[in-house]
Design a protein around this ligand. Structure first.
Ligand SMILES: Nc1ncnc2c1ncn2[C@@H]1O[C@H](COP(=O)(O)OP(=O)(O)OP(=O)(O)O)[C@@H](O)[C@H]1O
Length: 210
């Protein structure tokens, strides 16, 4: 069953096309890793899929309210403790327990610490634990392992594997090898948008005044 389907998508940043003619599907139980050099458009693509910016062209199909998106800004409530943060999200998503989330990202020992007092890696672990309490099947993750040490990367990979095992799906932009052998990899380089030709741009500009 396809959980996320992208057809002939074009995305832009700052008014310029970044990626175009992009089509892929992510099925239940599958992970797809997006690869490509800095600036190719991974973040732009994920932001577009998350509905944070409009697509230039094409189609994105995903069942409503099925996506959990996690990006660089962690969205944590700094004065709340780790467990209060997770309870806050559990209330929003109407899921019942935060225990598996605390467990999976090794946060039990930090449960009563205010989020603002956590290290960068610990904050990231809390941000990833949030995914589990959303109960949402499609995880869309932008550089999820930034700041994580080797042990935490392994925990995260295990959490993703568990999620896939329960019929979830994951789309991840990452530069590192997560050790998820089962993940498919999509290289975005072939979808890099060609810069508009200067003549063409001028033509379109002129046309607007004709
Ligand atoms: N706020 C912005 N305004 C205009 N252009 C931007 C903006 N942010 C990024 N860009 C440009 O959009 C393009 C795509 O950037 P994006 O952040 O999506 O790439 P990325 O593949 O995620 O890169 P990285 O691997 O470095 O995170 C880049 O050429 C970048 O310079």
């Amino acid at each position: 069953m396809s959980m996320l389907s992208v057809r002939n998508l074009a995305v832009s940043r700052g008014g310029l096309p970044v990626l175009e003619n992009l089509s892929f599907e992510v099925e239940a139980g599958q992970a797809l890793v997006l690869r490509g050099p800095n600036g190719i458009g991974k973040t732009t693509l994920l932001r577009t899929l998350a509905g944070l910016q409009p697509a230039l062209a094409g189609n994105v199909s995903i069942p409503s309210e099925s996506m959990a998106y996690a990006a660089h800004s962690d969205g944590l409530k700094s004065t709340l403790t780790v467990s209060e943060n997770l309870k806050f999200w559990a209330a929003i998503y109407a899921t019942d327990t935060i225990d598996p989330a605390l467990e999976s990202m090794n946060l039990r020992g930090l449960a009563n610490r205010a989020a603002m007092s956590l290290s960068a890696g610990q904050k990231r672990r809390l941000g990833l634990a949030r995914l589990l309490v959303t109960g949402r099947p499609v995880w869309v993750l932008d550089e999820p392992t930034v700041s994580l040490d080797t042990a935490s990367v392994a925990l995260f990979a295990q959490a993703v594997r568990g999620h896939l095992g329960q019929g979830g799906a994951a789309l991840l932009a990452t530069h590192i090898d997560l050790g998820l052998g089962e993940a498919r990899v999509l290289d975005l380089a072939p979808f890099k948008a060609r810069p508009p030709e200067e003549g063409g741009m001028l033509g379109a500009f002129d046309e607007a005044f004709l």
